[in-house]
Ligand binder design. Structure first.
Ligand code: NAP
Length: 315
């Protein structure tokens, strides 16, 4: 089946529609996993300073590039401007330069503002918290001013494309009305239980590509919730009767059906796995196509349930 495997971004670059997510894996796991991901053919890798793994990823990338196993130009590397620092305009470039040093790269293919808010830091650099442990948020970030700094990164050749993550329509629109470079990508949580149709429609009309994070429901997030003292029952996206039925029909796994459904909508996916077999499986979604009824059945599962709930950031 001939199928487009890239999304063409509004700035002329292209992003592989299936990428590899790297959140919540130890340095050791990620060294193995990124190496394995490159072996099975992933060329789009998603990271962020808050995942604390850029150095480990950089070591793997450097080995692959210097040995000639992969060309830098064949890779699509995304990282993000973290919440602490996103309000300090003088830190935007420095923060990306730190990521580039850790990733051992001269530029990233995509730099995203990780969240529309930032957090209050104490003098010792730790997050300021309320008595219940929740983190104090600074909602006063001037997105337009931060975006101007992001544009400067493109001018300096440090980022090929720039975008946002976890932003709402009004926040994106304000940037769009006051920018020179339009946001190329919005990265958001997206899966059968959280479809945000208005936001997706808006992005389509604004020519902003969408990347779906946690497309499989991010099982690992329950560990993070526990650490943050958040008790939440999370839905199991791989255990849904209609998903199972469709998977059986095509002789594919439930994960492949969930990913195929997203990619078929022209949305990129960045599933994370530290298991080589599942990594391969998550990429192998181009030899079957869901029919209109199946897409509709999956669309009808939308329940507005957010798995990666930022409730430990108060407000
Ligand atoms: P996810 O990719 O939806 O789910 C990952 C979980 O699914 C892991 O527990 C993994 O376990 C399991 N899994 C992977 N492939 C599988 C398969 N074929 N069959 C069964 N289980 C499978 O969740 P995520 O890591 O939250 O999201 C993906 C990426 O999006 C992140 O890694 C990160 O790069 C990005 N992200 C961005 C933001 C943001 O704010 N911008 C937020 C969250 C995530 P195994 O490892 O054992 O396979």
């Amino acid at each position: 089946m001939s199928e487009q495997k890239y999304l063409h971004l509004n700035d002329g670059s292209r992003m592989p529609i299936v990428g590899y997510g790297t959140w919540m894996a130890s340095e050791e796991e990620i060294t193995f996993a990124v190496n394995e991901a490159l072996k099975v053919g992933y060329r789009h890798i998603d990271t962020a300073p808050v995942y604390l793994n850029e150095k480990a990823i950089g070591n793997v990338l450097s080995k692959w590039i210097s040995s000639g196993k992969v060309k830098r130009s064949d890779l699509f590397i995304t990282t993000k401007l973290p919440p602490p620092g996103a309000d300090r305009l003088d830190l935007v470039e420095l923060t990306l330069r730190n990521s580039l040093a850790d990733l051992q790269l001269d530029y990233v293919d995509l730099y995203l503002i990780h969240t529309p808010f930032t957090v209050v830091l104490q003098e010792n650099g730790e997050f300021k918290r309320y008595e219940d442990g929740t983190i104090e948020v600074d909602p006063s970030t001037d997105h337009v001013a931060v975006w101007k700094e992001m544009e400067g990164l493109v001018a300096k050749g440090l980022a090929k494309s720039i975008g946002i993550s976890n932003f709402k329509e009004q926040q994106i629109e304000r940037i769009r009305q006051n920018c020179t470079i339009q946001p190329a990508v919005l990265q958001i949580e997206y899966h059968i239980y959280l479809q945000q149709p208005h936001l997706i429609e808006y992005c389509k009309s604004a020519n902003i590509a969408v990347t779906a994070y946690s497309p499989l429901g991010s099982k690992g997030v329950s560990g993070l919730n526990k650490m943050a003292g958040v008790e939440r029952e999370l839905p199991d996206l791989l255990d849904v009767p209609v998903v199972k039925e469709i998977a059986q029909k095509y002789n594919k796994s439930e994960a492949q059906v969930l990913l195929r459904w997203i990619v078929q909508k022209g949305i990129a996916v960045i599933p994370k796995s530290t298991n080589a077999k599942r990594m391969r499986e998550n990429k192998d979604i181009f030899d079957f196509k869901l029919d209109v009824d199946e897409v509709e059945q999956l669309n009808s599962l939308d329940a507005n349930v957010r798995v990666v709930n930022f409730s430990f950031f108060r407000g």
